[in-house]
Design a protein. Structure first.
Length: 312
């Protein structure tokens, strides 16, 4: 056997040192490569174009599956609210006002969906899986949500923060936009990708410190930015929806200024949050205002329902 000129080969033979197998002889690397290949295939094969933004999107469920999950979650929320006697009846004055706002927003969904899809040269979205509903829950929480499939809930704690119907419409439009853009199914696709990475790391025998480091990098470099992008997308589409429903889009800025003051204004830095920094969010909304005013003009300048600054 030929020895290394510097005697390394002879030394290893004499000491009985194991021969290095290299990258392609390491089973752990093969496991990671196999999982990475499958994850990449799964991720890219789920890619579609979001018709509302023209951006790439990846979905982890069909619209029907997503709508079914949303309906199940909604019934659970309503059941808990009923058990706590917090679900306001439909004939309650507050419920009626919130429902009126929701009706105006939902009525404009087909037009706004078609307009935005045309803007991005995409087919008009299929809205057949949406079964819209709205309920109001008595709670101090300043919040609202719209689950996949169009199930909306508004907490009464949001009303004094919104202050008027226009601002309430901005919030509800934002939540409806999450459902329209199927952000729930997009998060499912991302979670599947992250889980495959975790399984791959575990099977490969990666040590705990390295797994923790990769987990932190994934959280701050992938998961949180993904959530912030969804919030920005919902701001964009929701503002256009509110404007098309003849609510004043300019109420979005003072609304988010008030929202930023909740909890004494204490919040994590943007890189550690699923939501954009309030100052960045307001700046983004201001940049969208000319487009929102175009939607308002198109649908409201010729005798459309006018917005109101009265209480929601």
């Amino acid at each position: 056997m030929r020895n290394d000129p510097f005697g390394q080969g002879r030394y290893e033979q004499q000491q009985g040192a194991p021969r290095r197998r290299g990258l392609f002889g390491n089973v752990r690397w093969w496991i990671l490569i196999a999982f990475a290949g499958y994850a990449a295939f799964s991720w890219f094969s789920s890619k579609e174009i979001d018709p509302y933004t023209g951006e790439d999107a990846h979905y982890g469920a069909t619209p029907q599956e997503e709508s079914q999950l949303g309906a199940q979650a909604y019934q659970q929320v309503l059941g808990e609210a009923q058990a706590q006697r917090a679900l306001l009846p439909a004939d309650n004055q507050t419920s009626q006002r919130i429902r009126q706002i929701a009706q105006r927003l939902v009525a404009r969904v087909p037009q706004v969906a078609a307009d935005l899809a045309a803007l991005h040269q995409q087919p008009t979205p299929d809205l057949s899986s949406y079964q819209w509903d709205v309920n109001v829950i008595q709670s101090d929480e300043a919040n609202a949500f719209c689950l996949p499939g169009g199930k909306i809930a508004v907490y009464t704690g949001l009303i004094p923060v919104a202050k008027n119907a226009d601002a309430m419409a901005v919030v509800m439009g934002h939540e409806i936009a999450h459902a329209l853009q199927r952000h729930g199914a997009q998060r499912m696709a991302q979670q599947k990708l992250v889980q495959m990475g975790q399984v791959a790391a575990g099977v490969s025998g990666m040590d705990q410190s390295m797994m923790s480091a990769i987990g932190a990098a994934t959280q701050y470099g992938v998961v949180l930015p993904y959530g912030r992008r969804h919030e920005s997308q919902a701001d964009e589409v929701g503002l256009m929806l509110a404007a098309a429903a003849c609510f004043n889009p300019e109420e979005a800025v003072p609304l988010w200024e008030r929202m930023s003051e909740l909890g004494g204004g204490q919040r994590p830095p943007e890189f550690a949050s699923t939501h954009p920094d309030p100052a960045n969010r307001i700046q983004h909304l201001q940049s969208l205002m000319p487009q929102a005013k175009q939607f308002y003009q198109k649908y409201c300048s010729q005798g459309g329902a006018s917005g109101t600054t009265g209480a929601p």
